[in-house]
Design a protein around this ligand. Structure first.
Ligand SMILES: [Zn+2]
Length: 220
């Protein structure tokens, strides 16, 4: 029995403290998979060999595996607010190093999404918290791109365009990392992609930023 439930506590208190509904969902999920695909879950005990590293936003509305139609074991993931690739972020760098040089993924996808709250926060005046520090590259990008963005009359259009420009910028940052150059120098097949996800259609859009080597120019 994986669920904690204290008999002395009112049901509401137990639910608030221990999230038993999540364990109920989990049992149902595991039972369904074992019924429909016997042997699949035990097979995941074998070492993972995903083809794709996904670098996405932490946003709860972007369920990476589901929107890509991929199963557990098929996509390695790193998520943070506004899907940033920061050369000063050891967490992200460690994920990329492990994915590229240990798992030997063939593709890295930076996937942003329209109406990203992180990007929106970076369009406001900077505050002093950890989130403001984290978003500083997006704020700087917004300032650099202000002449282009100001041509868009609608504020939502400016917001969404900055979401796209942010993804293109992260693909650039990714391509410039030594860990990526090393893979290309070794002749490894590794492609970088910039995608956007749209909530109201559920569709992914390729921003045509893909590159498979240092000789391939990224779009301006
Ligand atoms: Zn977001």
């Amino acid at each position: 029995m994986a669920v904690i439930w204290l008999p002395g506590l009112p049901d509401e208190e137990n639910q608030m403290r221990y999230l038993p509904e999540i364990f109920a969902n989990n049992r149902q999920w595991a039972e369904t998979i074992q019924r429909e695909r016997p042997g699949y879950l035990p097979g995941l005990d074998a070492p993972q060999s995903p083809r794709i590293l996904w670098i996405g936003c932490s946003d709860s509305r972007v369920p990476a595996n589901e929107i890509c139609g991929l199963q557990p074991g098929e996509m390695f993931k790193h998520r943070n607010i506004a899907n940033l690739v920061r050369p000063d972020d050891p967490n992200c760098l460690a994920v990329i190093q492990f994915a590229v040089h240990t798992l030997k993924v063939r593709h890295i996808v930076v996937c942003g999404h329209y109406r990203c709250g992180g990007v929106h926060a970076a369009m406001d005046a900077a505050g002093a918290g950890a989130l403001d520090g984290w978003l500083s590259p997006v704020r700087a990008l917004g300032e650099r791109e202000a002449p282009t963005l100001s041509r868009l009359e609608d504020s939502d259009d400016r917001w969404n365009r900055l979401c796209e420009l942010n993804v293109i910028e992260q693909v650039r940052q990714l391509a410039a990392l030594p860990v990526i150059s090393k893979a290309w120098d070794e002749g490894r097949q590794l492609s970088l992609h910039g995608w956007m996800y749209e909530f109201h259609t559920g569709l992914l859009h390729d921003l045509a930023t893909s590159t498979s080597g240092p000789g391939e120019p990224l779009p301006a």
